[in-house]
Write a protein that binds this ligand. Structure first.
Ligand SMILES: Cc1ncc(COP(=O)(O)O)c(C=O)c1O
Length: 393
């Protein structure tokens, strides 16, 4: 018997949920199985809900500060989960990971500076570079028979003139967990060409049994800014509890100055969540059990797609609850595929187009949900797939 029940259906409708309540706005139909936005359809661990409820019961919602308690919770998490030491003075609060990426870019680069991103990648990576007037440099990941790998020869060329590289570690959407040799190679280039490394590690806790996440700060503290959060791990992204680890004192000063200019202050409930997520044995046990459930979901979804929809190519993610599916052989045209997914399959997937040119024929499926919901989505996809094949003949 599992101690935690991830098969429970949680009614998320009418909670202002983007995933459930904004289907019509984004897809033009409410009648879709929502397998898009990267949050999960599970209740957060009781330890977090209860800590938030206790705080709510005090009726005290005055201004709060990111202090020793929250910092200690993060430090002990990194120690226990990654065997990595973090100092209190290196930690900064962040009101969201993307906000932190943007502020770091503003603080540590100048207009026109070249910033490398590894595409296909989480769409805000494009925006935090371009919308801040920096020059976007795409280091396209290569899709090989063994999955996605880094194109190191073009990366070396790009590093020569770049100021900063934005890592997604583990990588959304391709699901890679970067190995020691890959990170060492990135850092060797970063040192040679004096490039800063900003590493988004929001998916670091959701790594499956065959892989190990290695925090970027262990490869070069002085040139790294690690940005992360308990948001994905404990399904609390709406609390905007995030943080940065910036061991270089000059970097920290500059980032703090940008945060001050933008009036970044912690949300009271976010502070409660840091401790309840990272210091509670129950939350940690919940996370371990969640990872097992997600791994089973991953294997189940991959098996069903390969067996029942062989014209779809699926990458097996080493981390995250995101499945990156290539529709090239079935429906390469973006507009036709969007309509097919909405009207025939009636499933909301995240379209690959905003992830970059090499993502255009892909769709991303979020399997962070009860198995029953995953099966409903796969059943609908499978039926539409069969019909599509029949109509072709
Ligand atoms: C790689 C990555 N970074 C950041 C975020 C979002 O973080 P936040 O909502 O804290 O800005 C996501 C959400 O999907 C993500 O996948």
């Amino acid at each position: 018997m599992r101690r935690f029940d991830f098969s429970e259906t949680v009614d998320r409708k009418d909670t202002s949920s983007v995933k459930w309540d904004a289907l019509k706005a984004f897809y033009g139909s409410d009648d879709l199985v929502p397998m898009w936005v990267a949050d999960m359809d599970f209740r957060t661990p009781d330890a977090i809900s209860e800590a938030l409820a206790r705080r709510a019961a005090t009726g005290q919602f005055g201004y709060s500060f990111f202090g020793e308690r929250e910092k200690q919770a993060i430090i002990s998490w990194f120690d226990r989960r990654f065997n990595t030491s973090v100092s209190q003075e290196d930690l900064l609060y962040a009101s969201g990971v993307v906000t932190a990426l943007s502020h770091t870019i503003l603080a540590l680069t100048d207009e026109q500076d070249e910033i490398i991103i590894q595409t296909p990648v989480y769409p805000p990576f494009f925006q935090v570079v371009s919308d801040n007037g920096r020059t976007l440099v795409e280091n396209e990941l290569l899709l090989t028979k063994d999955g996605y790998v880094i194109d190191f020869s073009s990366l070396e060329e790009q590093m020569r003139t770049a100021k900063l590289i934005l890592l997604c570690s583990p990588h959304n959407p391709v699901g890679r967990v970067w190995r020691k040799e890959e990170l060492e190679r990135i850092y060797r280039l970063a040192e040679t060409y004096d490039v800063l490394v900003v590493s988004d590690e929001i998916h670091a806790d959701l790594v499956f049994s065959e892989s190990t996440h290695l925090p970027s700060i262990d490869f070069g503290r002085e040139r790294t800014i690690l940005i992360s959060a308990p948001s994905k791990s404990f399904n609390i992204p709406g609390l905007y509890a995030s943080f940065m680890i910036a061991p270089n004192v000059e970097h920290r000063k500059k980032i703090k100055a940008v945060q001050q200019r933008h009036f970044v202050h912690p949300n009271t409930f976010a502070l409660v969540a840091f401790e309840a997520a990272y210091q509670s044995e129950d939350s940690e046990a919940w996370l371990d059990s969640l990872i097992n459930y997600l791994e089973e979901n991953r294997n189940h979804a991959v098996r069903r797609i390969r067996d029942e929809m062989p014209m779809l190519e699926v990458q097996v993610p080493e981390a995250t609850y995101l499945l990156w599916i290539d529709f090239t052989a079935l429906l390469p045209d973006i507009e036709e595929r969007k309509l097919w997914l909405r009207d025939e399959a009636q499933v909301a997937l995240t379209h690959g187009e905003p992830f970059g040119k090499t993502g255009e024929s892909f769709e991303r499926l979020n399997f962070g949900c009860p198995r029953q919901q995953l099966d409903l989505a796969l059943d609908r996809l499978g039926l539409a797939y069969q019909k599509q094949i029949r109509d072709r003949i």
